[in-house]
Design a protein around this ligand. Structure first.
Ligand code: GLU
Length: 408
């Protein structure tokens, strides 16, 4: 089943709950612009996409992913999720996403730079601070944003730091951007666990994925007294009922190692991690990790989606039946794009805004987004899980903008 089919199924649920018209659903079911190119680097071809899903609320916004499994269905789904994420966060952005299909883990730095520049050479006409604004995603980082900015500015002949976010600080990036996705997720966990589990102290947590988001949230939760009993990366996982030594795991990862190199822990598979009994499971890897194949065996009391799309449509229904609360991606991982927005605002105005103030603003935005989604969930009284509640808020905002524009 294609990932985008899950989105179509969720839209059908929302159509029934919100009484939406066929025309409204049609508008929400297809991207506005799909750009595809084969990047030619040193005689090798790299399939690449930039997809703008919707821009009723503002310019497109969303990251660029480098991964061997990137395909149009994935980029399209990710661009839809950015549209709803940005809308839910109240940002003046539409949704977009990009990707290049190749394995960055086996690619040298010089080639990475050429691919990054070739991406901009192909797509710069549909990018820009008021058109569509990329950022990092899976296996892309500040250095890659730096090369892309440089290439874009060469192409257009003027400075325009607001055309991309997640940049190095020296090129107009924000010091808060590095761990912003994790920080936002951590705030949501604090709010959610107090409301749903009645406490936010000493809870047992498992984390699938130990990249930027997974690693940083593990450190934040451990520092706050949460007990991280299991983590995994693409090579496998580790488990310790008494709690893992997160500082040591961070050190292993920082020197390029895998989490299974940690001694004093039992080795487990990624599949086993997903079925452990914990209070909170954080999914911080890739799409479609919980499906009908394993949803019935999930024992976590709550799940927090720090990755985009880790639970598919059919699994949502199984988890809802099992009364397992799922905090959806578009809420839980929105800290990243919220800080991207802060970066973009500063690039556009040339103003320097105090980082303590922005940190507080991020906390405020995350807390109020959680409350808004939870209120909608309660208002829907069993008709919608947290995901559908979040989608309802976000999609109604996009539809309202489309109506004011006279599109529907
Ligand atoms: N790639 C991140 C996401 O999926 C951040 C996007 C951005 O900052 O524009 O939310």
């Amino acid at each position: 089943m294609a990932t985008f089919d899950n989105i179509i199924s969720r839209l059908a649920d929302i159509k029934a709950i919100e009484n939406l018209s066929d025309k409204e659903i049609a508008l929400l079911s297809a991207p506005k612009r799909v750009k595809y190119a084969e990047l030619d680097v040193d005689g090798k071809k790299y399939p690449a996409w930039r997809i703008l899903f919707n821009d009723a609320l503002g310019a497109g916004k969303g990251g660029i992913r480098f991964h061997p499994d990137v395909c149009e269905d994935e980029v399209k789904s990710l661009s839809f999720w950015m549209a709803v994420k940005n809308s839910l966060a109240g940002l003046p952005y539409g949704g977009a996403k990009g990707g290049v299909k190749f394995d960055p883990k086996t690619t040298d730095k010089a080639t990475m730079e050429k691919i990054s520049r070739a991406y901009i050479d192909e797509f710069y006409t549909v990018l820009g601070q008021d058109v569509d604004i990329p950022a990092p995603d899976v296996y892309t980082n500040a250095q890659i944003m730096g090369w892309m900015l440089d290439e874009f500015e060469k192409k257009v002949g003027h400075h325009e730091p607001g055309m991309i976010t997640g940049k190095p600080i020296e090129l107009g990036g924000s010091i808060l951007r590095g761990d912003a996705t994790a920080r936002g997720g951590y705030m949501v966990i604090k709010e959610m666990s107090q409301t749903i589990l009645g406490t936010n102290q000493g809870l047992k947590v498992s984390i699938q994925g130990f990249g930027n988001a997974g690693l940083n949230i593990a450190a934040m939760l451990a520092a706050d007294g949460f007990k991280i009993t299991a983590v995994s990366d693409s090579k496998g996982g580790v488990y310790n009922e008494a709690g893992l030594d997160i500082a040591q795991l961070v050190a292993v990862k920082t020197r390029g190692g895998a989490v299974q190199e940690l001694e004093s822990a039992q080795k487990i598979t990624n599949e086993e991690l997903l079925e452990l009994p914990v209070d909170i499971m954080v999914l911080a890897a890739l799409e479609n990790q919980i499906t009908v194949a394993n949803a019935s065996r999930v024992q976590a009391r709550c799940i927090v989606e720090l990755a985009n799309g880790p639970i598919d449509y059919a699994a949502d229904k199984v988890l809802f039946e099992k009364k397992i609360m799922v905090v959806p991606d578009i809420l839980a991982n929105s800290g990243g794009v919220i800080v991207s927005y802060f970066e973009w605002c500063q690039n556009r105005t040339g103003n320097i805004v105090d980082n303590d103030y922005l940190s507080e603003l991020l906390v405020k935005k995350m807390k109020s987004a959680w409350q808004e989604v939870y209120n909608k969930y309660q208002e829907k009284n069993g008709q919608a899980d947290l995901r559908l509640a979040a989608y309802i808020i976000a999609l109604n905002r996009i539809l309202a903008a489309e109506k004011y524009r006279g599109q529907i």
